[in-house]
Design a protein. Structure first.
Length: 117
């Protein structure tokens, strides 16, 4: 067994130009379809969680004084509603995005499955 030859072939394969396979293109397209929903869900969830936390801090007088208790309750309720609405909005955005890319994904998936037969 010539280890130098094997090592040289591994390095050559690492630097050779690779054609993008259809499976990789399918994965990229799937990721592209899900990206807007994920970005929205994380961003909106973080913002609403911070609003909920601010409302809790105000209502428990961790920050502010007695004058801000009612304002804290209102802000906390807004945060709770926002956190509760995050998942349904995420599902709606994901559905819309999947519908947008469905033709291309199905076409590419059929091509990949026909190649394997």
């Amino acid at each position: 067994m010539n280890t130098n030859k094997i090592y040289a072939e591994q390095i050559a394969n690492e630097y050779s130009v690779k054609n993008e396979s259809k499976v990789i293109a399918l994965k990229k397209l799937d990721r592209k379809a899900k990206l807007p929903a994920n970005i929205f869900a994380y961003s909106f969830g973080i913002v609403m969680s911070l609003i909920l936390g601010l409302g809790m801090c105000l209502s428990m007088q961790v920050i502010g004084n007695e004058q801000f208790v009612i304002l804290g309750i209102i802000i906390g309720i807004i945060g709770i509603i926002g956190v509760g609405l995050n998942y349904p909005i995420y599902k709606k955005i994901l559905e819309t995005s999947k519908r947008k890319y469905s033709y291309d994904i199905i076409k590419l998936a059929n091509e990949v499955s026909q190649e394997n037969e």
